[in-house]
Design a protein around this ligand. Structure first.
Ligand code: ADP
Ligand code: MG
Length: 275
């Protein structure tokens, strides 16, 4: 099925769907291929959301980086709002984890360095991602080596004030959310570093460190429990993860750039040591 989006784009096959809406493959009239994220209809009814959508436009469309999914355009057409972005083939990091299970330290460090690099760009632009997790990392197969690309930046913030968005988006995703965020404090870049720490932990051993039967229990365990050290994880990698998972945001590394550099050099060393 092919349908038009505004006067510029045509949409084709459905690629996936998520909490915010559905993602389609499509193209502009010159034949350039993109992914189109069509946002939920109830968001488009919301004046606050539409205002934010326009407000964020100028920031999002200028954000570029080798580890980001570039946003090319934000369009509102009738009752449809869509984000036009790079089409990334290779699925999500979540799909990779589900297919292969835990990832070797050298790859964890390499992919982690890429995600941290993306966070650096996002933070430099004054944005906090708020929802770093394997679902929001796309793996780019077109690059010479499978490259992580962070997506969904700025989206959580746009949806912040919306009626439906509030309960589902304010808290991020319980398994990945920093203790201070669960506690209702303002969200800073350090919260993204915490979520990156949880993501790295999960890449190493296949499960996230904090659990519970209810959302509240999960959030409590972020605040109260210490993460158990997974088997077989090299000391240097554990040190990085431990630093990211500090309860006190001020005790986490000072910048995503620093984390990216540290993980990048670990990736090289682990690769040489074949671990
Ligand atoms: P949500 O955040 O609302 O859950 P996502 O942005 O994660 O939605 O997208 C849902 C699915 O669509 C993803 O799991 C992925 O399979 C697919 N997808 C999203 N963005 C792209 C893209 N830029 N290129 C290719 N596939 C994508
Ligand atoms: Mg997502």
């Amino acid at each position: 099925m092919v349908r038009a989006l505004g006067s510029q784009y045509t949409l084709g096959e459905l690629l996936g769907s998520g909490a915010m809406g559905q993602v389609y493959r499509g193209a502009d009239h010159e034949g350039n291929q993109y992914a189109f994220k069509l946002l939920r209809g109830d968001l488009v009814d919301d004046k606050d959301f539409v205002a934010r959508f326009h407000q964020e436009r100028s920031i999002l469309v200028t954000l570029r980086g080798e580890n980001l999914v570039a946003v090319h355009d934000l369009v509102i057409e009738g009752s449809t709002a869509a984000i036009v972005m790079d089409l990334v083939s290779g699925g999500t990091l979540r799909e990779q984890l589900t297919a292969t299970g835990p990832i070797l330290p050298a790859e964890v460090a390499r992919i982690g360095s890429g995600i941290a690099n993306a966070l650096h760009e996002v933070h430099q632009a004054g944005i906090v991602h708020r929802d770093v997790k394997p679902e929001n990392v796309l793996m780019d197969d077109a690059a010479p080596i499978r490259t992580p690309r962070l997506t969904d930046f700025g989206i959580a913030k746009m949806a912040e004030g919306s009626r439906v968005g509030r309960s589902t988006l304010m808290a991020g995703t319980p398994q990945y959310v920093a203790p201070e965020v669960a506690d209702g404090q303002s969200v800073t870049p350090a919260a993204d570093l915490y979520s990156l720490g949880i993501t790295l932990y999960e890449m190493c051993c296949g499960v996230t460190p904090f659990h519970g039967e209810t959302v509240l229990q999960v959030l409590r365990s972020h605040a109260e429990k210490l993460p158990g050290r997974p088997d077989g994880i090299p000391d240097e990698l554990w040190e990085v993860i431990w630093g990211l998972l500090q309860k006190n945001p001020a005790a986490r590394p000072r910048s995503a750039a620093q984390v990216s550099a540290a993980l990048g050099s670990l990736a090289q060393r682990f690769w040489q040591a074949q671990i």
